[in-house]
Design a protein around this ligand. Structure first.
Ligand code: CP
Ligand code: NVA
Length: 319
């Protein structure tokens, strides 16, 4: 069975899943960003229309979550629907029963499944066997809901996206994978600094380059944090040790400290550059308190914007 995102979409017939940023065209992504803008405006001016009245979304977690869980649940509630959270251990999907069986069963109960899975292959299996839309709430490979919401935050902050420069510093991980795809699609220059051995994979880079609308959109890989953030509009970082990598902690803590986002690194970015982090932050490791809580920080704006971005995703995929 080919479990690529595209074949999963095809196998599921009419069902449209949200599995990766790269599944979108530029026009689709821009329309979804516009929808998020409209839903945020409505939310702040009297409330949202109940466009998902009677609809239900299961939130299936194999890993912990604060933002993803609460923002999807509130998004459903504000749009007139409801969400049911299934925490790790409650379902033990993949252990107590197969992912495929869980997908078939859940599809008979709910109108959509938002899933945070340890393995991306397992998420694709879930989508392949579900007859309702599956929304990716993070895997070991990517985190498209996060990247989508971050593009929304950047668009709101700068009033445009094309031509901005994002300097990502740290681990070439799931968040970096989705940010890269979104940046390439939207014409944002993407500079990434990772320690040797922790870069994005060649296949992630190759796939992202295929998404570029113009060769003028830069993708630069370096081991120098200073080079990645030089003249950047946005400095972005994430955990050095992602969920599931805890047994690599000692090794990782030896190589990542030069990649800390602190005031001296931030001084190399554009004057007034914004700092982003998907959270949870490990203060004192990948980011210092003074940067996380400083005037250039967008950390809590982007966390709060998960609500509005998630609304656009559920409104689009569950209607
Ligand atoms: N950024 C993010 O996805 O946060 P949670 O892990 O708390 O959901
Ligand atoms: N890279 C982090 C993101 C958490 C939202 C992780 O996978 O743990």
């Amino acid at each position: 069975m080919n479990l690529s995102d595209a074949s999963t979409q095809r196998a599921a017939g009419q069902v449209q899943h949200f599995l990766s940023v790269s599944q979108f065209t530029l026009m689709e992504l821009e329309a979804l960003l516009e929808l998020a803008t409209r839903l945020k405006h409505d939310h702040l001016h009297g409330g949202n229309e109940p466009v998902l009245r009677g609809k239900t979304l299961a939130l299936l977690f194999q890993k912990p979550s604060l933002r993803t869980r609460v923002s999807f649940e509130m998004a459903m509630r504000h749009l007139g629907g409801s969400a049911l959270t299934l925490l790790p251990g409650e379902v033990s999907v993949g252990k107590r029963e197969t992912v495929a069986d869980a997908a078939r069963v859940l599809s008979g109960y709910v109108d959509g499944i938002m899933a945070r899975m340890s393995s991306h292959t397992q998420l694709l299996k879930l989508a392949h066997n579900a007859t309702v839309p599956v929304i990716n709430g993070l895997t070991d490979y990517n985190h498209p809901a996060q990247a989508f919401c971050d593009m929304f935050t950047m668009r709101e902050e700068f009033g445009r996206l094309e031509g901005l420069k994002l300097g990502y510093v740290g681990d070439g991980n799931n968040v970096a994978t989705s940010l890269l795809a979104a940046c390439m699609l939207l014409g944002i220059h993407f500079y990434i600094a990772c320690p040797a051995g922790y870069e994005l994979s060649r296949s992630v880079i190759a796939r992202a380059l295929e998404l570029r609308g113009s060769a003028a959109t830069e993708l630069v890989e370096t081991t120098s944090a200073a080079q990645a953030v030089a003249d950047a509009d946005v400095v972005y970082t994430d955990a050095w040790i992602s969920m599931g990598q805890e047994d690599e902690a000692t090794e990782r803590m030896k190589v990542f400290p030069p990649y800390q986002v602190n005031n001296s690194l931030l001084a190399r970015a554009k004057r007034g550059a914004r700092v982003m982090h998907c959270l949870p932050a490990h203060r004192g490791d990948e980011i210092t308190d003074d940067v996380a809580d400083g005037p250039q920080s967008l950390l809590f704006v982007q966390a709060h914007n998960r609500l509005h971005g998630q609304k656009a995703i559920v409104a689009h995929f569950l209607r």
